[in-house]
Design a protein around this ligand. Structure first.
Ligand code: UT7
Length: 330
């Protein structure tokens, strides 16, 4: 009987726009303070993409870095998945645009729209194709230009979001790799965070633009309550499948929406705060790209070594959530 194939992350890369937008600068744009933003969210600054820089541009840069890290070329890629809620356009899919930019073969390429959980959903999908032997190497990219859908006059949202991209090359590994996956969604609570217009329900009109319906709308305090419980439950779902205790996890790489959410999740999981990787102060909430960029930076900083078990954990619009245990195999 042939042995079950294992799939792991064999290359990582990120792209962060150069323009920094600080809390002090936001103080001049809306009625807010650096003190409010830091104490309520943990964010000190975020990155903003150039006006001529779209999601696919950032995604392609992150993917190039991941391919280099994996010691592979675009020609080696058999599948491309882009997780984004800020695609360049409705269609073609951003993944198709990235395929072209990278010079990949005519391999399958598609986007997934699951907001902040997108990187984990993307890895979970690619994992199935690789373990089944259908494909050998997949690119999973999480990229967002949230600045393009942010209402810069709304202090309750504009202080939170930023732009960026992270990418992973997935492929077969001998040991470790993706050990467990726990995904979920609850469409009943979809109204808590959404971008109402531009789709078939409310096509773009002068009125929809005047009503600012093309920007992210969010019920932050309500989401906050769900985030803590759902992220902790998703983490438990992924660890319990393997009979692991929280202590067996070397590092949790969470979606970076709010430092207070992450501290509460740590407490609920019985983990010390140093086991939760944080980079929210530099980037804010980059939706799907947050956990991807956090993973890239945690590995680059030497926080994860071969054989370590890490937990990816995310929650976001949809609502959607996902957690995944990975044994680092590089
Ligand atoms: O990415 C995944 C999905 N997103 C999330 O999971 C986000 C979850 N939610 C949050 O992170 C938090 O709810 C926020 C950071 C968005 C807001 O923090 P909060 O502690 O829940 O504040 P709040 O919305 O309850 O507002 C408290 C006060 C309000 O004033 P009043 O009514 O008490 O006078 C707001 O108007 O803070 C006010 N406020 C601000 N004040 C200064 C809201 N935004 C700001 C601001 N600066 N930027």
């Amino acid at each position: 009987m042939s042995e079950q194939k294992r799939c792991g992350i064999i290359g990582l890369g990120r792209y962060i726009p150069t323009k920094v937008l600080t809390n002090k600068e936001l103080e001049k744009m809306v009625d807010t303070t650096d003190e409010w933003i830091v104490t309520r969210t943990g964010i000190k600054e975020r990155r903003i993409a150039r006006s001529d820089e779209a999601t696919s541009d950032m995604a392609a840069e992150a993917a190039r870095a991941a391919l280099k890290d994996a010691n592979l070329t675009a020609n080696d890629i058999d599948l491309i998945i882009v997780a984004t809620i800020t695609p360049d356009m409705f269609f073609p899919a951003t993944a198709c645009l990235v395929q072209d930019k990278l010079g990949c073969r005519t391999v399958p390429a598609f986007d997934i729209s699951v907001a902040c959980s997108g990187f984990i959903y993307g890895i979970a999908i690619a994992d199935q194709f690789i373990r089944s032997g259908t494909y050998k190497h997949a690119l999973v990219i999480a990229a967002e230009k949230l600045s393009s859908v942010t209402d810069w006059s709304d202090r309750s949202t504009c202080v939170l979001f930023g732009d960026g991209a992270g990418a992973a090359v997935l492929g077969p590994v001998k040991d470790g790799g993706i050990l467990s996956v726990s995904l979920g969604a609850n469409g009943k609570q979809g109204d808590l965070i959404k971008l109402p217009a531009g789709g078939s329900r409310i096509p773009p009109t002068v009125k929809s633009i005047e009503d600012k319906l093309h920007f992210i709308k969010m019920n932050g305090s309500e989401l906050f309550k769900h985030a803590v419980r759902i992220m902790a439950d998703a983490a438990l779902g992924a660890t319990q499948q393997l009979g692991l205790k929280a202590d067996d996890i070397k590092l949790v790489i969470p979606h970076q929406a709010n430092i207070r959410i992450l501290k509460a999740v740590a407490k609920r999981m019985g983990l010390t705060e140093d086991k939760i990787y944080l980079n929210i102060e530099k980037y804010g909430n980059m939706s799907a790209a947050s956990s991807a960029v956090a993973l890239v930076e945690a590995v680059q900083e030497g926080r994860i070594k071969k054989g370590d078990k890490l937990l990816l954990d995310a929650f976001g619009g949809g609502l959607t959530w996902g957690a995944m245990v990975i044994e680092w195999s590089r």
